[in-house]
Design a binder for this molecule. Structure first.
Ligand code: ASP
Length: 337
């Protein structure tokens, strides 16, 4: 597979070289530099430590020459199905009213995207988001409408509230303080882990796709939607440049159109890490007092396969998987150490 691809790439590069030579001969212009043929290497990156297992599933698709879009959809379904993960999919902590409501989105290399928000009873919201993208003229379906669409398309209605999550919710109800606990992973005793999985992948053809899925903030107001299903906020892909995704307090990411910003900064020449840092700095600059108390992290991948991340608070990590670095967990840099 890899050999076949390299040959194709080489042929393409040779054809380009020939074209430049032909232009040079007939029009007598200076020969344009021909970039060295660098073979494109598949790679998948995703947020947090649970990204390791998710990447592994995505890598199975990528290593067989599969499409990045399929890889990210299959990859993020791993934490979606994990009952012990209380921030994504099945087993996610419910909202203030005890309902598990899920947000997810997906975006491909053609700029197509689909998303669902405040979706209940469906274990794999990412698969519904993909169906919104592929089967409807719309981008985003919410709440009951999203559920209706899922059921009409063969998804099974399931109870997503596990015993453990119900116990945590009942514990919270004792004080029922409506102030979504902020997402600082390094906060001692922080049981309210509400981290999202955002995943970005490049396939052997060099195309990039991304997916993002979460149960959002634990004990949020019913109907609250975070950044994760909002294209441009929780996820953005531009096949010319690269992709970005986010985790943390979604409201701040939406206010700053975070993932779109990161991709646009990469377009201007920023490295993935510098682009993520600049997006974090915008949040800090606008609301320094708020930023001290919250976590937001960005993760980015450019078309060369370079990646980077930056967060407000320490404790952010991401997983990387490619041919040589299988299942590596990398600590992201942060503003407050
Ligand atoms: N971004 C998610 C939200 O605001 C939560 C998280 O990633 O921690 O819903």
């Amino acid at each position: 597979m890899k050999k076949g691809f390299n040959r194709r790439f080489f042929l393409k590069a040779s054809a380009l070289t020939a074209a430049f030579v032909a232009i040079d001969k007939t029009k007598a212009v200076a020969m344009l530099p021909v970039k060295a043929a660098v073979p494109i290497k598949p790679i998948v990156i995703s947020t947090w430590d649970f990204g390791v297992a998710a990447n592994k599933a995505a890598w199975k698709v990528l290593s067989k020459g599969g499409r990045a879009l399929d890889a990210v959809e299959i990859g993020v379904q791993v934490p979606e199905a994990d009952a012990n993960n209380h921030s994504v999919g099945y087993g996610g902590f419910p909202d203030r009213d005890g309902k598990v409501t899920l947000d997810a989105c997906i975006m491909d290399d053609f700029g197509n995207c689909g998303s669902v928000a405040a979706l209940e009873y469906i274990k794999h919201p990412i698969a519904v988001a993909r169906m919104v993208m592929e089967k409807t003229p719309h981008v985003l379906l919410v709440g009951d409408g999203a559920l209706q669409f899922a059921l009409e398309n063969g998804f099974k209605k399931e109870n997503l509230l596990t015993k453990e999550s119900e116990r945590a919710w009942k514990e919270w109800l004792k004080t029922a303080k409506y102030a979504p606990v902020i997402n600082i992973e390094n906060m001692p005793g922080n049981q309210y882990n509400h981290d999202t999985i955002g995943m970005l992948a490049i396939d052997a053809k060099g195309n990039i796709s991304g997916a993002c899925t979460t149960s959002g903030m634990a004990f949020k107001l019913h109907g609250r939607v975070g950044d994760s299903p909002i294209i441009g906020a929780g996820l953005y892909i531009d096949n010319e440049i690269g992709g970005a995704t986010s985790t943390g307090v979604g409201e701040e990411v939406i206010r700053n159109v975070g993932s779109f910003l990161v991709v646009e900064l990469m377009r201007q020449g920023y490295s993935p890490e510098d682009a993520c840092k600049e997006a974090v700095m915008r949040i800090i600059k606008k609301k320094p007092a708020v930023a001290k108390e919250i976590q937001v992290g960005f993760l980015a991948l450019n078309k060369k396969g370079e990646y980077g991340a930056y967060a407000i608070q320490k404790g952010f990590s991401y997983a990387v998987c490619n041919e040589s670095k299988s299942d590596l967990l990398v600590p992201g840099k942060s503003y407050y150490h």
